[in-house]
Write a protein that binds this ligand. Structure first.
Ligand code: CTP
Length: 399
């Protein structure tokens, strides 16, 4: 098979130095890597560094005479199987959004006809800026895949979103885009995500720490692999993946009702939401006033919520695959097996929430896949997107 050619467009941000490692890794995979740098990028890393690592001439200048191509920007664009812009600065994102072509990389973007991956990295305030957000939305609408920057301590000393995602995650995204599997084509998959909310009074409610990230990764992965996806979304701040049908819900009762409605049309159902096991017995119709006397107690009476997966399990059709999660702190396998039985599941994704890097509010997870027929497959610590891929692999195997 001929090696695929990947264009790496580097723009002028401090994260440019990290891309050297990415290029090195892609080269090791036997990919042909063409690095295109903007003038700003060359202030952070020299073209010679990228030339040495990629083993190819680094392209920087729209007006430079090319040995290889008659018309450089067109010739480069025609060679590519994938174009990655990393790091993508606010300025370059704006140029991409508005079709401005005033340097070599931006002309290549316009002449390019293959998939584009955009990896933004910048200061948090710049990233949150309405203009930048709008431009990113435009790129999404063009069908470009836009990665989310990570949150953390940035080079400028600020803490917040804007850091270049982990190279592993960029690498995985590139793999997905270069070699997309479509093994869920023609299948309909429903996944629930996030926390359910139980009202106490008109302004207060009970929820939990679930971020919804795991469910969103499953929705994204399933959609990328060709499934038609319904994401039943509890309270969750994440931006839904493009192309996924999102149904927002509030309480466990509502989530259950919605999922029961969609169930008959689904081939696969995955329960990743952290469904509240209890709801408030009597929801107050008016906002409860704060007490004058601090010692006054307010006792809430809680009653059980439906077990959504168990309900779905009762109505499972022969060919439907139902997958649950199990958050455990001990006896993982044994507890997971019990849940498989009581909820009528095909397999369970069990995690020991006491382990660091597993469970709520993290970007990673450490899980064990436990199937109905007794297979126990522990997986190493992975990004939630990788866990999603492993879950979908198992689903495909069962289907
Ligand atoms: N689940 C559900 N409805 C509930 C509770 C849980 O659909 N009311 C689903 C979860 O989405 C998850 C699986 O059941 O896929 C297991 O959830 P978990 O919290 O681990 O277990 P529980 O069944 O709540 O049991 P326990 O808390 O006693 O371990």
């Amino acid at each position: 098979m001929m090696a695929k050619t990947i264009g790496i467009g580097v723009t002028g941000g401090i994260a440019a130095y990290k891309i050297v490692d990415l290029v090195s890794r892609l080269k090791k995979d036997g990919l042909d890597v063409v690095v295109i740098m903007t003038e700003g990028a060359a202030k952070f890393v020299t073209p010679l560094t990228f030339k040495t690592i990629s083993g190819r001439e680094v392209l920087t200048d729209l007006w430079q005479e090319s040995q290889e191509f008659k018309v450089q920007h067109i010739g480069v664009a025609e060679q590519l199987d994938l174009l990655v812009i990393a790091p993508a600065t606010a300025n370059f994102i704006a140029k991409m959004a508005y079709g401005i072509a005033d340097d070599l990389l931006s002309t290549i973007v316009l002449a390019n006809t293959v998939s584009v991956l955009v990896v933004p990295a910048m200061n948090s305030n710049m990233y949150r800026n309405t203009a930048v957000q709008r431009n990113l939305t435009i790129l999404n609408e063009y069908g470009y895949r836009v990665m989310k920057p990570e949150s953390g301590m940035l080079a400028c000393g600020v803490t917040g979103p804007g850091r270049l995602p982990e190279l592993d995650d960029i690498y995985d995204e590139i793999q997905q885009m270069l070699y997309p599997k479509k093994d869920l084509a023609g299948k309909r998959l429903m996944v629930n995500a996030g926390t359910t909310c139980e009202d106490i009074d008109p302004v207060r409610f009970i929820a939990n720490r679930s971020s919804g990230k795991m469910g969103f990764c499953i929705a994204e992965e399933a959609s990328a692999r060709g499934a038609e996806v319904v994401l039943v979304n509890g309270r969750c701040q994440l931006e839904p993946p493009a192309g996924v049908n999102v149904v927002p819900v509030w309480s466990a009762d509502e989530m259950c009702e919605v999922m029961r409605k969609y169930q008959p049309a689904c081939d696969v159902i995955i329960g990743s939401a952290a469904v509240g096991d209890f709801k408030v017995a009597t929801v107050e119709t008016h906002k409860r006033k704060k007490p004058d006397d601090k010692s006054e107690k307010w006792v809430l009476e809680l009653v059980g919520n439906p077990d959504i997966l168990q309900e779905l399990g009762k109505h499972k059709t022969g060919r439907q695959v139902i997958v649950g999660f199990a958050a455990e702190t001990e006896n993982i396998v044994e507890n997971a097996r019990k849940k498989i039985e009581t909820k009528n599941l095909d397999f369970i994704v069990a995690n020991d929430v006491t382990q660091e890097g597993a469970g709520f509010e993290t970007d990673t997870n450490i899980v064990t896949l436990i199937t109905r027929d007794g297979e126990v497959k522990p997986l190493p610590k992975m990004s939630k997107r990788e866990v999603a891929a492993a879950i979908i692999d198992k689903v495909v195997e069962i289907l």
